[in-house]
Design a protein around this ligand. Structure first.
Ligand code: CA
Length: 232
């Protein structure tokens, strides 16, 4: 069990294939989950951070390409496509969508696991380089906590102290809903009375800056009565 922290999502409607892949991944120590449909996979990927997605191109509700296109709106997670036996894999489209690799069925589960391992190693190496420079990459965001700086894509965000504190708190737990009180705790001192409005005001200006930096759709989600969450 050398890499228990790596979560892999397998999206495949043929349960026999899915079972084989899940078994192969789990016996190599990966945490692997399974979705049958594209829509379920997208919901799952919004909820939880995965390190890699194994994605069948021929799904019943939408194509794997479409899943990948929608996924790229909120995540840069590596994707390995699975394609049907006789289908010519559209490499250009795959590349455009940021697919990292593909395998044609029938494939050897061991070969797939080897590709998963290789891809995760590359991602790990890239992460290590970013960390060495003080930057931590989180989806399309990068944060330098010591330097109190945040980037979206390649674009540095010009944030006030409060906006930075809000964004840093959201980035600490992508996908989790943080209440206004929790966001206040991390950001600044103030009396509880004005706290909620203060948070809302700063979220508003933060959103405008994110939009200006090209973050569309809005990565900050409002959960009515609960607080805010960053798209995982
Ligand atoms: Ca299929």
């Amino acid at each position: 069990m050398s890499h228990p922290l790596h979560n892999v999502l397998v999206v495949e409607d043929e349960t026999a294939i899915a079972d084989t892949v899940l078994y192969a991944l789990r016996s190599e120590g990966y945490a692997a989950r399974h979705c049958l449909l594209g829509n379920d996979a997208l919901a799952q990927l919004r909820q939880q951070a995965y390190d890699l997605v194994v994605l069948d191109v021929g799904l019943p509700d939408m194509s794997g390409f479409e899943v990948c296109r929608r996924l790229r709106a909120f995540s840069e997670v590596p994707v390995i496509f699975l394609t049907a036996r006789n289908d010519e894999f559209d490499r250009v489209l795959g590349l455009e969508l940021g697919a990292d690799d593909y395998m044609a069925k029938p494939f050897s589960p061991r070969e797939l696991v080897a590709r998963v391992r290789a891809r995760l190693r590359r991602a790990g190496a890239a992460g290590a380089v970013a960390e060495a420079a003080g930057w931590q990459q989180l989806g399309r965001f990068a944060i330098d906590r010591e330097g109190r700086r945040i980037r979206f894509g390649e674009q540095p965000l010009d944030l006030t102290r409060y906006e930075y504190a809000l964004m840093a708190a959201l980035l600490q737990r992508p996908g989790a809903i943080l209440s206004r009180a929790q966001l206040m705790d991390r950001g600044w001192d103030s009396d509880a009375d004005s706290a909620d409005r203060t948070v809302d005001t700063h979220v508003k200006t933060l959103r405008a800056k994110l939009r200006a930096a090209g973050a569309d759709p809005d990565p900050i989600r409002t959960h009515r009565g609960l607080g805010y969450a960053l798209e995982a």
